[in-house]
Design a protein around this ligand. Structure first.
Ligand code: SAM
Length: 257
């Protein structure tokens, strides 16, 4: 939980009523811990759990009522169709299945989240694209995923590299680290993002080049309209590399768009 502390400290210092979203929350265990540690005594801030299975939402809702965790909210919805508050301050998604992590990242980016923390789950989409005929990288890169097991591992790695680069493209400073010891979980990659720029042109060009070289187009980049580069796009970048975030005053309109 210490990995979330800098994000929570930051938003609690800057926003009187920070909104934390837990996407693909399951039983909302992560949300309960975050509420207990950071929101309960602060007597401010809301935690919104989004979960696709109604029985899990109902169970967690009952638990929150018994604990008097009054600022925990629950929504049964798909992450990509949920009703979000206009502004999210922290978005977290722990083991949201396959492309649900992408939907969570899209919500974070679209709602200007200051901080993002995702631990992706199993992922199959990019591995399947690598298998398709159209995703045939030039040179020897394709040797990295000829065998099904390599394709699964490489596809998973490539997916997370694209997620990190996408966050950077939208102005996030990204840290990729381990959530816990590998003996506890193999789904252990924690991607942390802190929004420090409005956008980052160099990262976007690198991302577009990577999409072009590998031939994949994951859900995340499709939803955000990021297309593969045409030849030479990275070298021909012009203008400032990053656009600074316009920092809102203490709880003004807060728009960073
Ligand atoms: C592996 S569980 C993790 C639950 C919780 N985050 C945790 O770590 O304990 C994944 C959860 O995400 C939910 N889920 C998967 N895809 C979803 C989607 N697109 N929208 C909403 N919930 C989703 C599943 O129903 C499941 O409860």
């Amino acid at each position: 939980m210490g990995l979330l502390r800098p994000a929570m400290d930051d938003v609690q210092a800057r926003h009187p009523n920070p909104v934390v979203v837990d996407a693909g929350s399951g039983n909302a265990y992560l949300g309960f811990v975050v509420y207990e540690l950071f929101l309960k005594d602060a007597q401010a801030g809301e935690l919104l759990s989004i979960e696709g299975r109604p029985e899990l939402t109902e169970r967690a809702k009952g638990r929150a009522e018994r604990l008097h965790f009054d600022r925990m909210r629950f929504q049964t919805a798909h992450i990509d169709a949920a009703q979000y508050p206009e502004r999210i301050h922290v978005l977290m998604a722990l083991h949201a299945c396959d492309t649900a992590t992408d939907d969570a990242l899209v919500a974070a980016i679209k709602h200007g989240a200051d901080h993002v923390a995702v631990v992706p789950c199993c992922q199959a989409e990019v591995a399947a694209q690598l298998k398709e005929k159209r995703a045939k990288p030039a040179g020897s890169i394709s040797l990295l995923f000829q065998h099904p097991m390599h394709r699964r591992e490489f596809g998973s790695h490539l997916t997370n590299v694209i997620r990190a680069l996408t966050l950077e493209s939208f102005g996030y400073q990204v840290t990729v680290t381990e959530l816990t010891g590998w003996e506890h979980s193999l789904k252990n990659e924690l991607i942390l993002g802190r929004r420090v720029h409005r956008d980052n042109r160099r990262a976007k060009l690198q991302l577009q080049a990577l999409l072009a070289e590998t031939g994949v187009q994951p859900r995340l980049t499709r939803l955000l309209g990021i297309t593969p580069a045409t030849t030479g796009a990275v070298e021909s970048s012009e203008g400032p590399e990053v656009e600074p975030v316009v920092e809102p005053g203490p709880e003004s309109g807060e728009s960073q768009a």
